[in-house]
Ligand binder design. Structure first.
Ligand code: KG4
Ligand code: ZN
Length: 358
């Protein structure tokens, strides 16, 4: 079964072709065009601008994907589309494109929840059969969610974040240091030479008997400690009148101070990782699962991956993590989710839902 997937929920325009057979999904082609660079100039995404970029790239990205895989629209068995959550203008571009193709070519359309899509990145080109039940941890810029999956189509949300998502915590802390979105990779890079025990940041909600998360207190602890060590930081940021991305703190400090910055980043990364790993492992134990599935942009983080590898090896649980290129937004994961959840809908009933949750 060949599925064409489209993903346009935020600032990435992506089209992908996957072929599903039994429990296996093979990636035939995946094209991603990102308007991220454009948004980094304004310090954040301007929704209308993101939607315009989606319009510009939608058809070229789709044509290129078909060409790369030498597949024609006639060869496609089904169409998959992200219908939420996301930015309404961006979502509409993909949703209306797929509806038009479906209507004209009389192809079945499967609408997919973007968050479920992230989880299904784990099935793409995975040679190991994923064993159920499984716990899925979705860690992205907007979400930190823990789910129990008993089988395809049977997902139960165990908990989410009460405030900032893990990715948002990385992004906002990185922003203080002068880095534009996405901040996670910058924190992670600085952390490489840092001592993760130097600053005892809190591990929010770790001891509580639920599967919820909260990262806003940790973010505040990082911001306060950083400001204590770099008192001039506040002034230099104020002077730029919101041009926070113009001064990269690490480029302006002494070697000794650079070490403090590295220690701060390493301690932050360790605190986030500890909470994510410990809560997920606790859920895995309680629900006697056979697998843990990581997904979302933050799962590209090396420390998170290695900590999960260590813990799951100890507990003899399968660990699945998508290829780093498939951790961030892409259409291949949307097509894979559609393959396992063939919830075909009539084009007239499909509409974008920016607030969609699990
Ligand atoms: O899933 P994603 O691409 O977009 C959303 O749907 O949000 O996730 C983006 C998030 C950002 O917060 C970014 O800082 C984070 O993933 N991220 C990382 C790393 N790479 C991306 N966080 C920590 N370490 C990384 N290596
Ligand atoms: Zn995403």
């Amino acid at each position: 079964m060949v599925i064409l997937g489209i993903e346009t929920s935020c600032d990435e325009t992506s089209a992908a072709l996957v072929e599903g057979q039994g429990e296996k999904v093979t990636l035939l082609a995946n094209t991603i065009s990102s308007s991220l660079e454009l948004h980094s100039k304004t310090g954040g995404i301007i929704p209308e601008q993101a939607a315009r970029e989606q319009l510009k790239y939608m058809l070229p990205v789709m044509t290129q994907t078909l060409k790369k895989a030498s597949v024609s629209l006639d060869d496609i068995d089904a169409l998959a589309i992200t219908y939420g959550p996301g930015l309404i203008g961006s979502l509409l571009v993909g949703v209306e494109t797929i509806k038009t193709i479906g209507y004209v070519l009389k192809k079945p359309i499967i609408p997919v929840n973007h968050m479920v899509g992230h989880i299904y990145a784990n099935w793409i080109d995975n040679h190991i059969q994923i064993a159920f039940p499984a716990i899925a941890l979705v860690v992205s810029g907007g979400h930190t969610d823990l789910l129990l999956i008993k089988k395809h189509g049977d997902m139960q949300l165990l908990g989410g974040t009460r405030d900032d998502a893990a990715g948002e915590c990385f992004d906002k802390c990185a922003r203080l240091l002068g880095y534009a979105y996405p901040g996670g990779p910058h924190i992670s890079k600085l952390a490489e030479t840092g001592n993760d025990k130097k600053f005892p940041f809190p591990r929010p909600m770790l001891g509580e008997k639920n599967y919820e998360f909260s990262f806003s207190g940790l973010k505040t602890a990082f911001l306060n400690t950083t400001k204590q060590h770099f008192p001039l930081l506040r002034t230099s940021l104020q002077n730029t009148k919101g041009g926070w991305d113009e001064i990269i703190l690490a480029d302006t400090v002494s070697q000794k101070e650079k070490q403090t910055l590295a220690d701060l980043c390493a301690s932050l990364q360790r605190a986030i990782t500890d909470v994510l790993v410990k809560k997920t492992m606790k859920a895995a134990k309680e629900y006697h699962v056979k697998s843990i599935l990581l997904s979302g942009g933050v799962s590209a983080n090396k420390l998170l991956r290695s900590s999960f590898t260590e813990e799951t090896e100890k507990q003899q649980i399968q660990l699945h993590v998508p290829d780093p290129a498939l951790c961030t937004d892409n259409a291949a994961m949307i097509a894979a989710a559609a393959y396992f959840n063939k919830d075909i809908r009539d084009w007239e009933t499909i509409s974008a839902d920016p607030e969609l949750y699990f």
